[in-house]
Design a protein around this ligand. Structure first.
Ligand code: ACO
Length: 382
């Protein structure tokens, strides 16, 4: 047998390695890191399809349940139903133990993790697992939102679809159909979007043959960052600071001069108007209970796009989905601190569909990294 200490005892330095000349793209921008049949994000032309179906048509004629089912199974069945599911007692106990000041994204991530701990999750994950987790999370978020206000959680009503059920469990009152329809449209638009950071996280976790709850808990942690899912509540704050359209130009110029980013603008992939923003603007404008600042948002958007074009002639910066997600979410009565977690609920369909797709043709995701530290050297001893 070889003596393992012999390897460390040597003082001979390895010959210097030739520099690794393979191309590296910071942020993996432009790198093909997988294949999917779930959605095509056509950034150049501002188009988005789920399994070939245009996002605008899905919003107009579909429901979140049917879209989730389409993503999981590939079959389009507009009659698909999906209700919210109950929260296991162990998860409720965890949610009750959280301080009321806990951020909803942290509460949701914790709930998904605790849910996973209460179940024997199989490998490979199944459509039933995807459905179960997607149905659980709205109830968990609604339960936390009530518990932090000192109210009891509301049990699910299986006769309601997922979005109506979520609103009912949040407020304890049936949602009016227009409100439920607007939030359902938002859920459809938020359901899936290629290899965004949180989805990629879910696929990396799945590639290790870990379970679906771990993949989604990791995805929620990734979506929490303001560069990904945290933007819509900041859109509301920014518009409140702008206050009126005649102050917009000065406010935007000042913010950009300080190196701040305008929330709801810019995207890694889209170089054209984000089709999700277009769909949500329509939804926001048609809502009965739209926020009074929607008109301000529309007018400020024009000013922001003009100034961004002037400041960044080298890179097209357009309105992204978060800009018009903000008025829709506020219009349905959600408090801004629930916006990112609600976006996560919508993205459950896409995350879990990617988990299934990854597991069905799995290879451990393990890229290389270029070492840029010191050359191999002797440890100073004594
Ligand atoms: N406001 C002001 N300047 C911007 C913005 C913005 N919203 N977005 C990009 N820029 C600038 C950058 O500062 C950079 O300028 P620099 O080269 O002088 O530093 C230039 O445009 C290029 O930007 P990148 O950082 O290369 O763009 P990237 O693809 O990395 O970022 C991102 C995309 C994170 C979405 C960015 O546009 C941003 O921070 N937007 C604001 C936050 C936001 O709206 N997030 C939601 C995204 S949608 C989603 O995740 C669902």
């Amino acid at each position: 047998m070889t003596d393992p200490s012999a390897a460390t005892a040597t003082t001979t330095l390895a010959p210097a390695q030739a520099p690794d000349e393979r191309p590296y793209s910071p942020g993996l921008e432009g790198v093909l890191a997988g294949e999917t049949s779930l959605s095509r994000v056509d950034g150049a032309n501002g188009r988005l399809v789920y399994r070939g179906y245009r996002i605008g048509d899905l919003v107009e004629h579909g429901s979140y349940a049917a879209v989730a089912n389409l993503l999981w199974t590939g079959a389009w069945d507009p009659r698909t139903r999906l209700a919210t599911a109950g929260v296991p007692d162990a998860v409720l106990a965890v949610l009750r133990a959280l301080p009321a000041t806990t951020k909803p994204m942290d509460a949701l991530r914790t709930a998904v993790s605790a849910w996973g701990a209460t179940r024997e999750l199989p490998w490979p994950p199944t459509v039933d697992d995807a459905r179960a987790l997607t149905s659980f999370s709205p109830s968990a978020l609604a339960a936390f939102a009530r518990l932090r206000q000192g109210k009891d959680p509301v049990p699910p009503d299986p006769s309601l679809n997922l979005v109506e059920g979520f609103l009912y469990q949040l407020t304890g009152e049936p949602a009016d159909p227009g409100t439920a329809r607007a939030l359902d449209a938002y859920f459809i638009v938020g359901a899936e979007h290629g290899f965004n950071a949180s989805t990629f996280t879910a696929r990396v976790i799945t590639s290790t043959r870990s379970d679906i709850a771990s993949a989604v808990a990791g995805a929620i942690g990734t979506m929490k960052g303001p560069l990904h899912g945290g933007a819509p509540s900041e859109v509301v704050d920014q518009l409140a600071e702008v206050g009126s359209v005649d102050r917009a130009e000065a406010w935007i110029r000042e913010a950009l001069a300080k190196g701040e980013r305008l929330m709801g603008f810019g995207h890694r992939v889209y170089r054209a108007y984000d089709p999700r923003a277009a769909a949500l603007r329509k939804v926001a404008e048609s809502m009965e209970h739209k926020p009074e600042w929607l008109q301000l948002a529309i007018e400020v958007e024009d000013v922001a796009l003009r100034i961004l074009k002037e400041k960044h002639p080298e890179r097209v910066l357009q309105t992204n989905v978060e800009y018009y997600a903000a008025p829709v979410l506020q219009g349905v009565g959600l408090s801004p601190d629930l916006f990112p977690a609600t976006f996560s609920l919508a993205r459950h369909a896409g995350w879990t569909a990617h988990v299934l797709e990854q597991a069905a043709d799995n290879r451990l995701i393990r890229p290389d990294v270029r070492y840029i530290g010191p050359e191999e050297r002797d440890l100073p001893v004594g």
